[in-house]
Write a new protein. Structure first.
Length: 202
């Protein structure tokens, strides 16, 4: 099938791959607006949101700290948008009000311009909460773009957008030379490439 028709078919699939909205609107806190310790705001890698992203020192203990407001006490998800252009994981502790809630591995994303997210389920107090992400190894944390509070998909625990997961899985399993003839996985692969283009311009 000609590539033009394949691209058209992949775009036509886009409406079918949109997940239902979460029950509550999420709140995004950009990393560049947080309190920083041994970290700087940069904008030299494409794909970030807001005015830039945060690059912390390659040292254990460097951290980013947000002040998060909750209308009521309860459980929710914290989603950390990050990029790690190395092959090694860059684990970090995510604490809420001084108590570690989780320690995501922040594995490599393939490039500093490829962004992913790590999810940590937490309990928030009504009112002001302090969320801190702290690097736990000599490599420091990954580059951090933002923290999203909420977007829970209807309940506590890590939310999964299965439309994004289908595309991500196909992107990981196939390459342009090895994906074969026209099929549904080809459409998913092309749609994934289209999403990357919209996000990075590359």
């Amino acid at each position: 099938m000609p590539i033009r028709r394949m691209l058209a078919a992949s775009v036509l699939l886009a409406p079918l791959l949109v997940a239902a909205p979460a029950n509550a609107a999420p709140t995004v806190y950009e990393a560049e607006g947080a309190s920083l310790s041994r970290c700087v705001v940069e904008s030299n890698h494409a794909g970030y949101t807001g005015a830039g992203f945060v690059n912390c020192d390659n040292a254990a203990g460097s951290y980013i700290e947000w002040t998060v407001n909750a209308e009521a006490a309860g459980t929710t998800n914290l989603h950390v948008r990050y990029a790690n252009g190395t092959a090694a994981a860059r684990p970090a502790d995510v604490s809420v009000n001084g108590t570690v809630a989780g320690s995501p591995a922040f594995p490599g994303t393939g490039a500093w311009t490829s962004w992913s997210r790590a999810t940590v389920p937490v309990a928030l107090l009504a009112g002001t909460n302090v969320v801190r992400l702290t690097g736990t190894t000599a490599n420091g944390p990954a580059n951090i773009d933002s923290l999203t509070v909420g977007d829970d998909g209807g309940g506590p625990g890590p939310a999964t957008d299965w439309s994004d997961e289908m595309v991500r899985s196909t992107m990981e399993r196939f390459t342009p030379s090895g994906i074969g003839g026209w099929s549904y996985p080809v459409a998913l692969y092309l749609f994934g490439q289209y999403q990357v283009y919209l996000r990075t311009g590359d």
